[in-house]
Design a protein around this ligand. Sequence first.
Ligand code: ADP
Ligand code: ZN
Length: 212
Amino acid sequence: MNVVFLGPPGAGKGTQSVMVAEYFEMGYISTGNIMRSALKSGSELGNLAKSYIEKGELVPDSLVIKLIKEVLTLNPVENGYVLDGFPRTIAQAEALDNMGMVVNKVIFLDASEDTILARMSGRRVCEACGKSYHLISKPAKVDGICDKCGGTLIKRTDDNLETIVERLKEYHKKTEPLRQFYLNKKMLNFINGDGTIDDIQGKVIKAIKEGI
Ligand code: ADP
Ligand code: ZN
């Protein structure tokens, strides 16, 4: 089974999708995390993606599609993948189809603009492993330190108001059309992400279990 998480930035896709991958023992792929590690390491991909990410724009399809092909080939899994943040455009979704990857469920996690802004401004991520925290709703046990790996928690450079506004614009223009795309394919599960992490997780797991 393969599950795609879709929705506006800041709706909680990262948090929910990691929990789902653990729960169902599936592989987890976040294109955002991969880009951020590439950025940090100064690799070719990182250098190509940098200006887009910092402006809040989507990285060009050709680059992301090449990347996801590599990642899927290099990391075969038994129970399928949870894809967090891919596909984000119709072209990416079509590329996934062409790779022969069957998407069984699409979890569309939406949230109000107030929730999105509050989540992104309080978000902190582990510099080392990419795990995501929130100052209020999901604090680390020790302030500033990752529970999982002991890495330092930082604010993402694209989590400032100006870039957030750009990311939302990109989302409405390029990613939101995927909602109709997957609705037509009868794969879409719409979930309101305005509640608590545990409440939403319950709804997400239920949606995935139904129809397996
Ligand atoms: P969020 O969902 O919070 O916006 P992500 O961590 O998933 O953030 O992605 C961060 C940035 O990485 C995006 O703003 C975009 O520039 C780039 N990115 C991630 N996934 C994709 C994708 N599938 N296509 C194009 N760009 C992507
Ligand atoms: Zn960590």
